[in-house]
Ligand binder design. Structure first.
Ligand code: SAM
Length: 272
């Protein structure tokens, strides 16, 4: 049997289509999401409805964003779903989630078994809307979940860890083997819960500055900070900010990155 065909649909690689087929895994994910009728649930990449159908049992109305025209069309005529779904046939990377939240009149609860080829940029897109989001549950590559939850002084700790933890509380939920999907992906997967902070633990004046500093530091993660950040922070300045100039990017906590960002926002480098 061709394992790229699921429920009569030929899985499209370019859309990262790996459909969940394991009822136990599906029920565990839906129970972790805990959908409720008065919440503004939004699914990204509903596909053939593996999560959509059990979630719909709890709801009267919700929104799904599906890029694949054929799959979006199937959902609009699906006997159990058609009356409950608002189907947005669009690239989730271009959806304005703040506008959507405003239309619904509530912060969004976003979930999905994400297409792995765009999961990191898609999360960054969603991070820019955390003010309009109540929580997010995503199936991702396990390696990406490890990076999201990683703390300092570990290999997995990187820019994604710092930025995700700046915006959200990050909670791993469950691990999922390749056999739970058709076709099976080449990697292990895991579900993560991301809850935007109601009160920022380490507020920064300008998140773009935080983003630039973490990019500079982790792009040269083997170098010490005095080298990787040397063109924006002097050794004296790092010491004054209580950050060891001999440390490497992976030794610096989220709080310390936020401290660096706030100092730099107040002392922008002078243009030559
Ligand atoms: N939720 C289904 C399941 O668990 O079986 C499908 C998951 S599959 C990994 C990813 C889904 O996201 C596919 O339906 C795919 O067509 C859709 N998709 C891919 N890229 C997308 C994008 N940029 N925006 C919205 N949906 C996308």
């Amino acid at each position: 049997m061709n394992n790229r065909v699921h429920q009569g649909h030929f899985a499209r690689k370019r859309f990262g289509q790996n459909f969940l087929n394991d009822q136990f895994v599906i029920e565990s994910i839906v129970s972790a999401i805990h959908p409720q009728a008065d919440h503004a649930m939004v699914e990204i990449g509903p596909g053939l409805g593996a999560l959509t159908l059990p979630v719909a049992e709890h709801l009267t109305q919700f929104t799904v964003v599906e890029l694949d025209r054929d799959l979006a069309a199937r959902l609009t005529v699906h006997p159990q779903l058609k009356d409950k779904l608002t189907v947005i046939q669009q690239d989730a990377m271009t959806v304005n989630f703040a506008e959507l939240s405003q239309q619904i009149g509530q912060p969004l609860r976003v979930f999905g078994n994400l297409p792995y080829n765009i999961s990191t940029p898609l999360m960054f897109h969603l991070f820019s809307y955390t003010h309009a989001i109540r929580d997010m549950h995503f199936m991702l590559q396990k390696e990406v979940v490890n990076r999201l939850v990683a703390g300092p002084n570990s290999k997995a700790y990187g820019r994604l860890s710092v930025m995700a933890q700046y915006y959200c509380q990050v909670i791993p939920v469950l691990e999922v083997p390749p056999t739970a999907f058709t076709p099976p992906p080449k990697v292990d997967s895991a579900v993560v819960r991301l809850v935007p902070h109601a009160v920022q633990p380490y507020p920064v004046a300008d998140v773009r500055v935080l983003s630039r500093i973490t990019t500079a530091a982790f792009n040269q993660r083997r170098k010490t900070l005095r080298n990787s950040l040397g063109n924006v922070f002097s050794v004296e300045q790092l010491v004054a900010l209580k950050i060891d100039p001999a440390a490497r990017a992976e030794n610096v906590s989220v709080e310390q990155y936020c401290r660096l960002a706030n100092w730099l926002s107040e002392h922008p480098p002078t243009q030559e």
